[in-house]
Design a protein around this ligand. Structure first.
Ligand code: ADP
Ligand code: MG
Length: 684
């Protein structure tokens, strides 16, 4: 790209940046003047004078006062010393302690005004001095920026480079937002906002600068997302399915229950996508037990009726088997060929299955990520559904989408994603929500108890077992060691076996079992041969045994809220009252808070919002899958209102002619070009 602007000059043009510094800055991703001036502080040192009565213990504070008596200098060891200065600050007589700076003594006089900054020890009424000024505070700048730095680079040096760059180059900072937006939202101009971020006068003014960048970041990001969405729609000559509505309705009428209003609505949204010439790219969110499986079945059947094949992909083999079983039942009386492709389908059977798939003898293929291996060829793949989508990485999503001729894609998830995350991480997708549970579902009663009440819990389980019900007991995952993890489950299993002493059978499920063993264990449990299933978290997603009414979770404080909710969702799937018992003794406040929230609500969406607040967006999806953009200034949790506004603005812009033609939007258009969205490079 041509040199547009002096800001694109290399940092070496600045005085004071030698080879060594340049290398360090490069490592930090700072190559040009633009990078340097857009390198923002991660926090500020606050020099605002404060009333000591308001300052908390251990907080950093700056105070101004008068030297009250002769400072006391003590040496201990050769080079170590302590200088204690009594300072009168308002009505407070405090001590300011300076370590290893004996020479300060000669600069101090009785009654002289000093400004000291440091950590406040409330109990000893002492400030451990970090900085001292021999005179009154000069109220120029209360807030000093603190930059994150590397190696030998100091914060002070960073401040100097940035301030130099600002002096020489700030005139070249161009406004990228159109005038009308600045006026409408009362935003600072780009140049003023950058100046303020680096040299804020006070808090109010910093907030203003932040606000501008929050909006800018969200708008640029959402423009990308909305452009992607538009391009995906227009470029993807998807399949316009011609659906035999009569046959589809026969299937819907054959279901053992009427669809809920929410299921109906979502089915309509999906069918509209299928019929349109655009390619469906939809996220379906629905709380545990909201009935996503039948929605998937209806969508798959619709695709089959218009002459295509469908694929259903899930994260675990157990879940694949369960889904296969549910779909077999649902399609029992219909002309649909289903097949399950799991890792236990090997050799000749596998080859045959793949051949049948290619020959269009299989209508729906169900399986884990094995489905996206190269060797799996469909005849005419028209619809891909992934369940518990958050378990799949971005890359897997892409490969999947490239299989077949532009198949429509539906991602289903039972981990309700807070809206803010949904529109950032999945901003380019359409979103459907099942926000209603089938009628007659009872709220699962949730209790948080201390681990030492185990015996009473086992008795409680027995009461349920006597009525023919079943129970899950979940042992925590010990991250560091699968071995310990399995051992843990084995121990719990033997404790329970001993307790129930042959009255009830206890099953055991963990990750070390072979696929066949797992299947066996699951079958015994779903046929109520085993009354209790002791398991690690492998049963977390999707497993459906409606007769189970008790869920006991060991060490519940180790699980995140979403995971606890998922586990709890394994019960309450039938008509009977169900219970969830959290065995936990959390030490931290957030741990306690998580347990409380679990006992207070059954609503997955409420939980997910609280989870996001407690954990922050980075952790929400776990480490592997993120697809989450990083924002420099904006925070999707706290700035969610701005995010909504920016999203709406971006959608309007992208769909207007003015945006693509009017010169005032040129820089915004450029940002799309730079990001590669327009040439389809970054469709994922
Ligand atoms: P999830 O959304 O968690 O995947 P499932 O699809 O497993 O939920 O459905 C949970 C249970 O609810 C299943 O036993 C299913 O048969 C039942 N179900 C689904 N839809 C309805 C409905 N409209 N009315 C009654 N029961 C339903
Ligand atoms: Mg499900």
């Amino acid at each position: 790209m041509e040199m547009k602007n002096r800001l694109d000059e290399p940092i070496s043009v600045l005085r004071g940046i030698g080879d060594e510094t340049e290398t360090l800055l490069h490592e930090m991703g700072i190559r040009t003047i633009r990078h340097l001036i857009e390198y923002f502080p991660y926090r500020y040192e606050d020099y605002k004078l404060r009333d000591l009565a308001e300052v908390k213990h251990d907080e950093r504070v700056t105070v101004e006062g008068k030297v009250h008596s002769e400072p006391l200098l003590t040496y201990f060891g050769k080079n170590r010393s302590r200088l204690s200065i009594r300072v009168l600050v308002g009505n407070y007589l405090i001590t300011a302690t300076c370590f290893n700076r004996p020479y300060y003594k000669s600069k101090l006089e009785l009654n002289m005004t000093v400004t000291v900054s440091g950590k406040w020890d409330k109990h000893r009424q002492t400030i451990t001095v970090q900085e001292i000024k021999f005179g009154p505070q000069e109220l120029k700048q209360e807030l000093e920026p603190v930059y994150s730095v590397k190696g030998k680079l100091t914060v002070k040096a960073m401040r100097k480079f940035i301030s130099l760059a600002m002096q020489q180059f700030s005139e070249d900072i161009v406004e990228n937002l159109p005038e009308e937006m600045l006026t409408q939202y009362k935003l600072l101009t780009r140049i003023d906002a950058i100046k303020t971020i680096h040299r804020p006068i006070e808090h109010e003014n910093l907030k203003h600068a932040r606000r501008r960048f929050v909006y800018e970041e969200f708008l640029l990001f959402q423009l990308k997302m909305q452009a992607l969405r538009k391009i995906q729609r227009e470029q993807s000559a998807g399949n316009a399915h011609e659906i035999n509505e009569q046959k589809l309705n026969e299937f819907i009428d054959s279901l053992p229950f009427p669809l809920t209003t929410a299921q109906r609505r979502v089915v309509d949204e999906i069918l509209t996508d299928l019929k349109s010439p655009y390619r469906m790219n939809r996220l379906l969110q629905g709380d545990v037990g909201s009935g996503k499986t039948v929605v998937a079945a209806i969508a798959l059947y619709a695709a089959i009726l218009s002459g295509y094949q469908g694929a259903l992909m899930v994260p675990t083999e157990i879940l694949a088997e369960q889904h296969a079983e549910s779909l077999f039942k649902l399609f029992e009386k219909f002309d649909v060929n289903l097949a399950l492709l799991s890792s236990s389908v090997k050799g000749k059977r596998r080859r045959e299955l793949l051949e049948r798939l290619k020959a269009n003898e299989i209508d729906i293929l169900i399986g884990t990520h094995a489905l996206i291996q190269d060797e799996v060829d469909f005849h005419k793949l028209g619809l891909v559904i992934t369940d518990e989508q958050h378990r799949f990485g971005v890359e897997q999503r892409r490969i999947l989408r490239e299989k077949g001729e532009s198949p429509d894609v539906l991602f289903m998830t039972a981990t309700p994603i807070p809206r803010t995350l949904a529109i950032t991480a999945f901003g380019e997708m359409d979103v459907s929500v099942i926000d209603e549970l089938p009628a007659g579902r009872k709220t699962i009663e949730t209790y948080w108890v201390k681990p030492d009440t185990l015996e009473r819990i086992l008795q409680f389980i027995e009461k349920e077992l006597k009525q023919g019900r079943q129970a899950y007991v979940i042992c925590p995952l010990i991250e560091e060691s699968e071995k310990l993890d399995v051992q843990n489950a084995i121990d719990v299993h033997s404790t329970l076996t001993f307790f129930y002493n042959g009255r009830y059978k206890v099953g055991l499920m963990h990750g070390r079992l072979s696929a066949d063993e797992k299947e066996q264990v699951m079958r015994e449990f779903s046929e109520n041969e085993t009354g209790i299933l002791v398991s690690t978290t492998v049963v977390e997603v999707g497993v459906n045994v409606p007769n189970a009414t008790v869920m006991v979770i060991y060490d519940a404080e180790r699980f995140g809220l979403s995971q606890l909710h998922q586990l709890r969702g394994r019960v309450g799937r039938g008509d009977a009252q169900s219970y969830c018992i959290l065995l936990a003794d959390p030490k931290s406040e957030t741990g306690k808070e998580r347990m409380r929230i679990m006992t207070e609500t059954n609503d997955g969406f409420v939980l997910s919002e609280r989870d996001l607040e407690l954990r922050g967006p980075g952790d929400f999806f776990g480490k592997k899958q993120s697809g989450m953009p990083e924002f420099k200034v904006a925070d999707i949790v706290h700035d969610y209102r701005a995010l909504e506004v920016a999203r709406n603005d971006a959608a309007k812009l992208i769909n207007s002619d003015a945006f693509w033609n009017d010169p005032k939007y040129e820089l915004l258009r450029d940002s799309l070009e730079d990001s590669g969205v327009l040439d389809g490079e970054k469709l994922d």
